[in-house]
Design a protein around this ligand. Structure first.
Ligand code: HAM
Length: 418
């Protein structure tokens, strides 16, 4: 038997309705905020991610599904969506249409990570990107979308962590200061942190190792390195969030795993998840459009893991799948069955969610199926009723059953307001 690959999952029929519900909620929510959907291809040139996300990041250095296509070009299954969205924004000159371009997406992504609860190799994200404005109101809007969408889904125990990693100038100075602080302790660091010391020192702040966390407690603070402009920007973001009554905690050690961030960064975690507790992450990326060959365009966005949202929703109690059937037809005898097929065909054309037995089972089995289907109405037709141009109609809501003239069925159903 051929099985699905490690870290990939089928979304089976008893699960897919939850995805559909979430997707519908997302589309509604985004239209309230004035964002439009963008869809980009599943694979891109590898260079887009190595330049966009950063050579030294875990995503690019370890986790990408990359292959040499036709012996010529390196291609990669997209591991994230910000770089592809920016590529598309530049390629189609979307910025020419209005000063701010507000986009959202929901898509499948691929990272070769060690699978565990809330971490897959193929996973889904939804997210937003607002391109074209350097102002803190865009940061606040994007954070508000992330937070309020989760609240609207009913997810509780949310923690919004906020930080600013400043502009490039501030980060270079901070990296030097951090390295200076850590260098006498280099032998105490784990292998990963030692490697990061050389390649990407900021990521050391992301360590989960107890004694490293302790050591970093006394490390210089990135907020102390912000320029005056960075500081003003950050305090305005906070003021706007306070005004919107969106609670947050400052987390000066929060660094994100992608290199394109500038100034604001944020994550929302939920205690409903295990060790992979980040529901979403994002921030400002004022240099990415330029890095990828476009005009200098400040931007901000975030992305949330859909599987993780569904796990968090599970924790607050599984909701029942809404019934997908209005009417179930039960036929007894050959002629009645054939007449039923025509009848159901007509009902379907009128928009009633109708079903009948496709395997010619006994009346008893059909009745059992009608109960299982969750239908409100069961129509029962035998050859005798057919001859009299009649049909039995049973309302499962109040168990009332009556025989009516077939010509009256339409009117009758109309009155039931199915
Ligand atoms: P990220 O932090 O790499 O950011 O991913 C965002 C979210 O995707 C995570 O918080 C998590 O919920 C989910 N996620 C990531 N990896 C996995 C995985 N292997 N399995 C399941 N869920 C996962 C980004 O991707 C940035 N592009 C976000 C962004 C948009 N920044 C600005 N705009």
């Amino acid at each position: 038997m051929i099985r699905s690959l490690k870290g990939t999952y089928d979304i089976l029929p008893d699960e897919s309705w939850r995805w559909q519900t979430l997707e519908a909620q997302l589309h509604d929510f985004m239209s309230i905020y004035g964002y439009k959907e963008i869809r980009t291809p599943a694979f891109e040139k590898t260079e887009l991610f190595s330049r966009g996300v950063g050579e030294e990041t875990d995503i690019v250095s370890k986790e990408m599904y990359t292959w040499l296509d036709g012996g010529k070009t390196n291609l990669t299954l997209k591991p994230e969506l910000t770089a592809p969205v920016v590529r598309s924004y530049i390629q189609h000159n979307l910025g020419a249409l209005s000063p701010v371009t507000k986009l959202y997406y929901m898509d499948a992504l691929f990272r070769r990570e060690r699978p565990q609860k809330g971490r897959q190799r193929q996973f889904h994200q939804f997210g937003v990107e607002a391109l074209g404005t350097p102002f803190p109101e865009a940061d606040a809007e994007v954070i508000a979308i992330a937070y309020e969408f989760m609240i609207s889904l009913g997810i509780t125990n949310l923690k919004l962590k906020l930080n600013s990693i400043g502009s490039g100038q501030c980060r270079t100075a901070y990296k030097d200061a951090l390295k200076e602080y850590l260098s006498p302790h280099i032998q105490e660091l784990s292998e990963t942190s030692r490697l990061r010391f050389e390649t990407n020192p900021l990521r050391i702040l992301d360590t989960k190792i107890e004694h490293e966390i302790e050591l970093l407690g006394k490390a210089p603070d990135i907020l102390g390195f912000l320029t005056a402009d960075d500081e003003t920007h950050f305090s305005e973001v906070r003021e706007l969030l306070d005004g919107m009554k969106i609670p947050y905690v400052l987390d000066k050690r929060m660094v994100r795993g992608l290199d394109y961030y500038t100034r604001t960064t944020f994550e929302i975690t939920s205690s409903a998840l295990g060790s992979q507790d980040a529901l979403c992450g994002g921030g400002r990326y004022d240099k990415l459009v330029e890095t990828l060959g476009g005009k200098s365009t400040p931007a901000v966005g975030f992305a949330a893991g859909v599987e993780r949202l569904l796990i968090a929703l599970d924790e607050i109690g599984k909701t029942e799948e809404p019934s997908k059937t209005d009417i179930y037809f039960v036929g007894l005898g050959d002629q009645a069955r054939k007449a039923g097929i025509k009848l159901v065909h007509d009902l379907r054309k009128q928009g009633y969610k109708s079903n009948y037995d496709l395997v010619r089972r006994s009346m008893k089995a059909q009745m059992r199926e009608s109960n299982k289907s969750g239908a409100r109405i069961v129509l029962i037709l035998g050859d005798q009723e057919l001859e009299n141009n009649q049909i039995q109609i049973k309302d499962l809501e109040n168990s009332q059953q009556m025989t009516i003239n077939l010509d009256e069925l339409k009117n009758h159903l109309y009155k039931l307001e199915l």
